[in-house]
Design a protein around this ligand. Structure first.
Ligand code: PGA
Length: 254
């Protein structure tokens, strides 16, 4: 199966017109590569307009997602955005526990779990980000930390829950640095994450993603990964020539 691509715009771009032009590039990419599934994760404020653009385009292999959601469903939580609001804005996906969000809000594992439960309750597909918070080097893998991130985030799930979800492995040192984990390390971690999910009875519906400096150059090697079902892309999401090359490389994958 072709790898799925998730594009995290983070806190970019600065204006609605820039967001709309950038999104137009994704629409044309989706039209040009109908066999690849694309998900764009823009800032909240652009979701409504981009959703209209998406509906008008008629493309079906491009979807929208959000970069975070509140831990609660509704109420007196100033500044928060609920899963239901995102769903009503046309979102189908939501990022949970990106390392930048974890750090900015000092999120505990339990809070990440609350967000995950909210995403399921709202009918959004979660993309749970996990990665080494503490590792200093490229080869060191903190398995106990990864295991804790996965098992605490995925506790108390509804037993009837069978929908798809994604687990994105993003070593913190690789995000925005131009350094990627090597393929053998990513394969090893992918295997480990699948085992952890199997222990929780969740192996079937999960897709494992890799994120951290995926760009038009690193994709040439990363596309060979066997354990990985897709990529979470940050910086290169803002550069049409880069994300189009990434999609082309993935489309050429045999
Ligand atoms: P990057 O970001 O591709 O710029 O490293 C990845 C991410 O933060 O999801």
């Amino acid at each position: 199966m072709l790898k799925k691509l998730f594009f995290n715009w983070k806190m970019n771009p600065a204006s609605p017109s820039e967001a709309s032009s950038l999104f137009t590039e994704f629409i044309s990419l989706a039209q040009f590569q109908p066999q690849i599934s694309l998900v764009v994760l823009p800032p909240y404020v652009y979701l409504s307009e981009l959703n209209q653009q998406l509906q008008t385009s008629g493309v079906t292999n491009l979807k929208l997602g959000a970069q975070d959601l509140a831990r609660y469903s509704a109420g007196a939580y100033t500044g928060q955005i609920s899963g239901q609001m995102l769903k009503n804005m046309g979102c189908q996906y939501v990022l949970i526990g990106h390392s930048e969000t974890r750090e900015a809000y000092q999120l505990s594992h339990e809070q990440i779990n609350q967000k995950l439960l909210q995403s399921l309750e709202s009918g959004l597909v979660p993309i749970l980000c996990v990665g080494h918070q503490s590792d200093k080097t490229i080869t060191e893998i903190n398995y106990p930390e990864l295991s804790e991130q996965v098992t605490t985030a995925l506790q108390n799930l509804p037993t009837e829950w069978q929908t798809e979800f994604y687990l994105a492995y993003e070593p913190v040192w690789a995000i925005g640095t131009g350094k990627t984990a090597t393929n053998p390390i990513i394969e090893e971690v992918g295997q480990f994450l699948k085992q952890e999910l199997a222990k929780l009875g969740l192996a079937k519906q999960v897709g494992i993603l890799y994120g951290g400096s995926v760009d038009d150059v690193s994709i040439q090697e990363l596309v060979k990964l066997q354990q990985i079902d897709g990529f979470l892309i940050g910086g290169a999401s803002l550069k049409p020539e880069k994300f189009k090359t990434i999609a082309q490389v993935v489309a050429n994958q045999v």
